[in-house]
Design a protein around this ligand. Structure first.
Ligand code: COI
Length: 356
């Protein structure tokens, strides 16, 4: 589909929050992007229209069987006033990878990118400017056919909404307290773990709630078969430094291929660090902590950026990481990535795309 995107502007603009009041994902902008899919037509009628509730038949397939996908990326306003998307191509590719796994028809990559740049341009006044704030872009595809049989739907809705956001965790860059989960599992090899689809997040809620009631910020998932290999932290990828080795679990199908994960790996390899994408057991992590070689741990994600881990709790034992403070490498990664995102540092990999 190469259609032009039709734009209908709202006549009732909302009040915008102040940058310092922004939390994560609570406020939405004036417009949304929408396109439809029908088997006979393919994806059609791409448009920007006033933000409004969706009218869905109660039989709509996504409401019953969860056939859906979403993405999450950000637009940043730099000190120069220009607006940049961070690595949108990676998100386009991942969106269509998830679509394939979820039996959702692929969307033309050029249309996906234009849906983001056009919508952000229409709502450009909503992009906040304080460092640590951004405009979160949430593309979503849902099976919109009203039908109760279990098969891929024949109709879909692709929509994009925007939310001006502050830090994902209310504590900002402060180190998080993480509970290692050995009783529930999030994903198994061959399942949906690497797809950005609602089912993975539904699967994570129960353990995350239990952990929150116990005073933890997030959970660290272990693999679904042996319950011993470290996988990912709640909504983010997990990395740690033991001695001079930086370790992160490999992309074997059970964890999300994070864009911030990839960015951090590229940077650390350029900095000459020894970086391993390898399996690591929770016992190896605990032993390293006991030996004093566990130097730092952190999570990476679009929403969370770089989120240092200050404490890990496993089987009743509490391990304090880096004295409960942010480590040098986590801080360097945060500063470098944020510098590129806001256009304050050179962008040698061309990770940012201007919205002009
Ligand atoms: C992201 O980091 O963009 C996510 O999608 C995580 C979460 C808010 C679901």
């Amino acid at each position: 589909m190469t259609d032009a995107i039709r734009i209908t502007r709202t006549s009732r603009r909302k009040e915008r929050p102040r940058d310092q009041d922004l939390a994560f994902g609570t406020v939405f902008t004036d417009h949304m992007f929408v396109a439809d899919f029908q088997e006979e037509k393919g994806w059609y009628d791409p448009r920007v229209e006033p933000y409004a509730p969706l009218a869905l038949d109660p039989a709509t397939a996504v409401l019953h069987y969860g056939q859906s996908l979403f993405e999450g990326l950000k637009a940043f306003r730099g000190k120069d006033g220009r607006i940049r998307l961070f690595r949108p191509q990676k998100h386009v590719e991942r969106l269509n990878r998830t679509a394939r796994r979820m039996c959702i028809p692929a969307i033309d990559p050029d249309l996906i990118l234009r849906s983001w740049t056009t919508l952000v341009d229409v709502d450009r006044d909503w992009v906040p400017s304080a460092v640590g704030t951004s405009l979160y872009i949430r593309p979503t595809v849902i099976a919109s056919e009203p039908f109760l049989g279990v098969r891929p739907a024949k109709e879909y809705l692709y929509y994009v909404i925007l939310s001006p956001v502050g830090p994902y965790y209310p504590e900002g860059l402060a180190p998080t307290r993480i509970k290692v989960i050995d009783q529930y599992v999030r994903a198994v090899a061959g399942g949906l773990g690497e797809a950005k689809t609602s089912a993975n997040y539904a699967a994570s809620l129960y353990a995350a709630e239990e952990a929150k009631h116990e005073g933890f910020t997030q959970v660290l998932w272990l693999d679904g078969v042996h319950h011993k290999y470290v996988e990912e932290v709640g909504t983010s990828n997990f990395m740690l430094k033991i001695g001079d080795e930086v370790i992160t679990p490999p992309l074997h199908g059970t964890i999300l291929a994070g864009v911030t994960r990839d960015s951090a790996l590229v940077l650390m390899r350029e900095w000459g660090l020894r970086v391993s994408e390898r399996q690591i057991t929770i016992d190896e992590v605990i032993e390293a902590a006991h030996r004093g070689t566990l130097q730092e741990a952190w999570a990476t994600g679009t929403a969370a950026v770089i989120s240092p881990v200050g404490e890990l709790a496993y089987k009743g034992e509490r391990i304090v990481v880096h004295g409960g403070k942010i480590g040098e490498l986590s801080q360097r990664l945060y500063d470098t990535i944020v510098g590129i995102q806001y256009g304050a540092a050179p962008d040698p990999h061309h990770w940012t795309v201007l919205v002009e």
